[in-house]
Design a protein around this ligand. Sequence first.
Ligand code: 8X3
Length: 251
Amino acid sequence: MTKIALITGASSGIGAATARALAKSNYRLILCGRRAERLDALAMELSAITETTTLLFDVRKSKDVFEQIGSLPDAWKAIDVLVNSAGNAHGLATFQEGNIDDWDAMIDGNVKGLLYVSRAIVPGMVERKSGHIVNLSSVAGKYTYPGGLVYCASKKAVEAISEGMRLDLTQHGIRVTNVAPGAVETEFSLVRFKGDSERAKKTYEGYTPLYAEDIASAIAYAVTAPAHVNLTDMLIYPSAQAAPGMIYKKG
Ligand code: 8X3
């Protein structure tokens, strides 16, 4: 039977690239996101290679998460791989200037949303005694940087959740992979800088950043590794990056 992967944040960036990579690895896909048009376009694009279905919900809304995932038809219920890719950074303000709506968006989406989606799916994996969860953390989950404290806190929470899931779920035959990318050129900075495209562009100038496809390849590698191999933690930088905020730029 073809395996099933559910991907949150599938409408763009690392989520969409992961959908493309797993389609090539022959997974059937449940594409989840908030933007119906983008999900439908991706489903259409992948329809030549694999079977897909879409679920429209915001991970921050627990009722919608449980309703939507609960509404999957039987043929789609036995999810083998969960990729928790939904998440964002909002703002780069110091603590004293922090915007509370930004804090809520990051903690609700990056932390609570990941928990809701996982809670809706993992009991089925436990019953079937198999599964693989991939959590998108960040270099921000390893190191804190100025202005990034709430984003960093949310990603440190993801790191703790990945560790905790592994402690609780290994005995049930479930693998957990934590992926921590450095600078990846996606809509990430555009969202962080609230639509300031000039500032977002500058984040990726003067060096070759990572692309969403690079992270997707690493995820595909982890989930297609033999069943006895568990890639638990991956910190992935572009070659020009040595640490958060330390990127060697040309010129
Ligand atoms: C994205 C990478 O360095 O902007 O999570 O935190 S960084």
